[in-house]
Write a protein that binds this ligand. Sequence first.
Ligand SMILES: [Zn+2]
Length: 294
Amino acid sequence: MLSTPQLQLLAAALLAAIAGTAPRMVWLDRAPTAQPATASATALMTVDSATALADACAPGMFLDDGACVQLPQDESWGEDPVGAPEGESRWNGHFDRRGQWQAYEQIPRRPERPADYDAYVYPIPPGLPGGHHVVSGYDLDLPDTMQRRGRTLHAVGHGAVDLPQRRGTPIRMIGLEHQVGDARVLWVGEFMGQSVLTLHTVREGGREREYVMIFGHIDAAAEGLKRGALVHEGEVIAFVGNTGSPELVHLHLEARRVRDGVDGRKLWPGGVLSEHKTIVCDPRNVLPLKDAAR
Ligand SMILES: [Zn+2]
């Protein structure tokens, strides 16, 4: 059960999320090394201006969109001609529905990637008023109290973006930032409702890495789409639906980085969500930018 203050904070966060104006929060992670975070190691406070928190972040970090973010270590970040810089994974955690603290590894948005979801290209047209795409964003880098809760607390946190659209809208493959070659279909069928999973090779940190993209809750996959097929940018792979998510017709789009030493081509759906095989990643690290597409 949540205490009254927790419920109030949760309600405020939900209202803010709906209004698109998240309160200024700072999350002070005192364990920058790759150690599991604990609830007591994470301090959270609400402030009304970033300047009041000029000294809130540890040396080597800066305040970005309400959170302390690690400064790039390498001055060539953003200028690497052979690909994107490599995103660092971090530990975070949340309380599950039984009230138990769950620590997990995740890859937050890199500081040079825009926070604005509308800066990116998506596999479907915008479905919200004003040309906006995202009704629910990536929150696994946020403090527990700022993460999404399902109505029944069944799901805590959201490691993806949810893109509402009309049922049957074609979902077109996108080329990820610094992608090498075509995407490869890993799975078509039951996963998050009906889903298509694809494998992408991305030039990152001076080498090639693999990412799995999950297109979840689709109405149906494109006819004939099968594991092993190569799909190029613009190709229709599926249609928007609400399978496994009857509350909202939308596309759940999730990015997961394949761990070193794991062969992405050999992944089956049962292994894709395994923490030993992949790490969940803020999709903004790999989605193509609108400006670059013009
Ligand atoms: Zn989702």
